[in-house]
Unconditional design. Structure first.
Length: 213
């Protein structure tokens, strides 16, 4: 942490007490299953992904099964998660790279994860957090992006730049959990269209409070 102020610490502490549980809802047993689930979760709910992977991981038991999967069949298997053409291509290609260049093991470093087809920082951060209990950055999804902007934690629009700003002001030990907490708060209180500032525990600390009414 390079800089943290009182306001940021207060925000972190309030979110911590309000959302103590920060485990991913995605079901997985191996780092590779975590990677596949994370790829499938783009623009899709965790519930839907879990439903699909319940059968998928029975059918494709290892990284090698995914590496040699028939693209058309895999597309059919994951169709209900949306964007199935891109997702199946990324799953097969990244599995091939893991199988043949990493001895079947998902790499546990950001730099290596980013070399996998279809894996950007957000996916890599989720995999590192959940499969390896490591934090090399902060997951910035649409909720984290919106709340960081409204709470005045960043003035950036680009996810990678927002992540950099957050990493400057949030202590490293909070990197993993802050995303889940902001996502929960975004879903429950600070929604995109109608933020419930009157019910928000952060309203006294938020420069955007009540500016939507
Ligand atoms: S005060 Fe309003 S804008 Fe600020 S975080 Fe809470 S709900 Fe969002």
């Amino acid at each position: 942490m390079k800089r943290s102020d009182n306001r940021v610490s207060k925000i972190i502490n309030i979110l911590k007490s309000e959302y103590p549980r920060t485990k991913t809802a995605l079901k997985f047993k191996t780092p590779h299953q975590m990677l596949v689930s994370t790829i499938l979760s783009a623009q899709c709910t965790d519930e839907r992904v879990n439903k699909v992977t319940e059968e998928l991981f029975e059918k494709y038991k290892s990284v090698y099964d995914f590496a040699k999967a028939d693209l058309q069949k895999l597309q059919d298997d994951i169709r209900s998660t949306g964007f199935y053409k891109n997702k199946s291509k990324n799953i097969v290609k990244s599995s091939q790279k893991i199988a043949y260049e990493y001895n079947g093991n998902v790499p546990d470093e950001m730099e290596e994860l980013l070399k996998l087809p279809g894996v950007a920082r957000k996916t890599a951060n989720v995999v590192l957090n959940n499969a390896f209990d490591k934090s090399e950055g902060i997951v910035v999804d649409t909720h984290v992006k919106r709340l960081s902007q409204r709470l005045g934690l960043t003035t950036q629009k680009n996810a990678d730049k927002i992540e950099k700003d957050l990493m400057q002001i949030i202590p490293k030990e909070e990197w993993k959990n802050i995303s889940y907490r902001l996502i929960s708060h975004g879903r429950r209180i600070c929604s995109a269209k109608k933020p419930k500032c009157d019910r928000c525990s952060l309203s006294k600390l938020c420069p955007s409070a009540f500016s939507f009414h």
